[in-house]
Structures are given as C-alpha cells and as structure tokens.
Design a protein around this ligand. Sequence first.
Ligand code: ADP
Length: 446
Amino acid sequence: MKSQYKSEINLLLLTLVLSSLAGIALGFPQTGLLCGLVGFLGWTFYRARLLDKWLAKPGSDKPELTGIYSHIMERVLRIQRHNEREAQVLRGHLERQNLLVEEMRDAVILVDEHDRVKWLNRAAETLINLDSDKDLGVPIKGAIRNAAFHSYLDGEDYSQPKRICFDENAKSWLDISITSYDIHEKLLVIRDASAIQELEDMRRDFIANLSHELRTPVTVLVGYLETLELQDPENPATSRIHSEMSKQCERISALLKDLLTLSRLEAIDTKDSSAVIEISQMLERIGDEAKGLNEFDGHKLNLKIEPNLRVMGTSSDMLSAFSNLIYNAVRHTPAGTEITVRARSKGGMARVEIIDQGLGIERQHLHRLTERFYRVESSRNSETGGTGLGLAIVKHALGRSGGKLKIESTLGKGSSFRCLLPLAPKREKGQEDLEAETAPLEKIAS
Ligand code: ADP
C-alpha cells in the first residue's frame, strides 16, 4: 500500500513538474502549475467515481483503474471473495440445521408475538395436522384447541413442559414445551406422548384395581381376627399375635386407601369438579380432629385462620391435603411440640401454612418428600404409622386446583408446609352466598 501511495505522489509531482515546464515554455509558469494541479484532481475524481459506481453495483464489470484506486479495488475484491466463502460455509450450516429440524420426529413451530404460525417443520404436519402451505399465519390456538394449552401459552412460566390431550377419541396426547427467546417469537417443540400416557394410564388403573380388589380380603381378615380375639381374650400367647396381625392389617388398609386416593387424584379431570370451597371452617374442623389422634401428646395446636377464606378446588382434595399436613405435623413431631395452622389471603392467593417447631428435616430430603413412599430415615425407624404417600397426595391434590406446596425446614427448629391456592373470585354485592362444599370429615391419614 505504501508503494502505491508513493507512486501516486510521484505521479502528482511529475504532473506538476511537466505542467510547470510547459507553463514556463509558454511564459505562464503559475498557470501551467495550476492547470497541472486541476488536471490531476479531475483525473482523481474521475477514478473515484468509477470505483464508486462499481461498488454501488455489485457483480458489475471491473472498471479500468490505475494507481491507488486500482489497488483499493483489488482489496475490495479480496474482501468480497472472503465474504462469499464465509457465506457459503454459513449457508451450508444453515441448510444442515434446517434439514435436521425438518427431519425431527418432534414438531417444531415458530410463532410470532400474536401466536400466529411463522414456520413449521414436517412433523408438525403429521402430529397436529398443520399445512405448511396454508397454515402460515394462522393462530396456533386454533390448531391446538385445548384450554390447558391455551393457558400455558398465555402464561409466563414455561419452565416445565405441558402434557395435553390433543384428541380424546384417538387417545392422542402431546408434550409441549415452549421457549420464548424474545418478545416477538416463541418456539414450540411438540412431542407425541400417547404411548407414555397409555403406559401411565395402565399403571394407574392397575394400582387402582389392585387396591380395590385387595380391600375386601383385608376387611374379611380384620373381621376374623376380631372374632378370634373375642373368643380367647385372656390368652397371652395368642392375644399378642392377634394384636400384631390387626396392626399390620390396619396398615395394609391405610396403604390401600391412600393408593386409591392417589389414583383418584390422577384420574379425575379437575375441570369437572372444581368449585368454590370455604376452607376456614374445614381447617378448624381438621384441627379439632387432629386432637383426637393417638399421637396427639401434649402438642399445642394454634389455629390462626382468617374467616371466610374461599378457594377454587374440590372439597375432597382440600380435605386430603390439609388433613395429611396437619396430621403429619402431629405424627412426626415429639410430644409437646407447638404447631401453628395459619390461613390467610395474600397477593391474590390463599396461603395455608402448617408450621411446627419439631425436629425439622435435613435439607437433602426436602426435594424428595413428595415422592411416593419416600420417608426420612428417622421416621422409617420410629414407626410413625404413615404410609409414605401423604405428601404425594398433598402435592397432587393441590396441583389439581392450580395450587402449590412449598416445604421449608431447619434441622432442630421445625418445618413449614405452605399451600398456595388460587382464591375464589370475590362475591358481587347482592349475589347469593355460594354454598360452600363441606364434605363430612374423615380421617385421611391413619
Ligand atoms: P408418611 O405417611 O410417612 O407421613 P408423608 O408422605 O406424609 O408420609 O411424609 C413423608 C415423610 O416426610 C415422612 O415419612 C416424614 O419423614 C417427613 N415429614 C412429613 N411431615 C413432617 C413434619 N411435619 N416434620 C418432620 N418430618 C415430616
């Protein structure tokens, strides 16, 4: 580049010298110098214009340029060739990625800020019957007509995928996950979950049927045991065996009952059974019931319950959830422990907290407590009489009403089980009181 500038300057100097000499020869040295300067400038502008014209029309023929401008043109050509090579590599990557997404078994759909289809792959056509020619621009809510999907799409929380029933007759289920990478676009990845759902249905039905079938024989056994005990109540050898057998039968009954409750919670569609539930009185009554538990031993039960708290849900679900939590607080804490049941409305949600000042639970167990049959080692050993299904039932029961369970605990200080539930809409003035569902209380936990 330096040499190009040098020769350009040399050319300018040569022009100026020659024009000055011509001027001296003609008797006008200054005019000759000026003419040389103007001529050189004109030639420079001309070359700049040629270069500019060529740059403005990519792909047009190269102009005949000399000096520094020819050098600049060569540089631009080199950059263009480099960019073209890069673009080709990128095009290759893009094509391969497009092919990959096209050939994926999962449906991939891109929607715009109004949830209208912008792009879709082939699997989207087979899985949810979209047509890549006709359906671009159609609202995705029209293609997937499912209330659960609509509220999932409208909500902000896409941290978990959503399973929905796409076609009840065809027993077609879909797992949908959404990624919202800016406010203008969302990416939907949809997987066929029919086979997994069928397996889960089979598992649930199997457990429900088995539990149901086993209840009658266990009831018969309990009946015979009672008769045998009555026949020879004073015999120390047999009465110990009878009482142990009765205890085990009771345990099996409790297990079967909890298994059936869980199957029921998984099976019923909450939409059909959701109603306005007044939970204040329900909690007071469960609190009174808890005082009758065998394990209630000097416990101090404080009830701080806001009156007329109303949530959306199912009365039997709420009853299962709250009973399990309150009975747990009694069964898993030592005699004399203080337990507080607090219920209030906060931030548009009902908050029901069961706080105990018991032994607490180690941190590593907390995230597993709602798994079926998961027990903290100490309660396995100390025979608390639970089935290990209580918190799984609570999680399901709350989840069906759009609620959540949050567990906090500090070893040596106690635990807090917080239920967050959607509040029922406020009653309009003059509107009749909705009859709160108050199912008869029954002991859920054994
Ligand atoms: P279980 O029938 O054993 O009570 P749950 O599912 O209700 O089963 O509870 C799971 C485990 O969580 C219990 O076995 C117990 O170890 C622990 N747990 C539940 N509630 C409490 C509590 N209030 N304090 C301490 N541990 C608890």
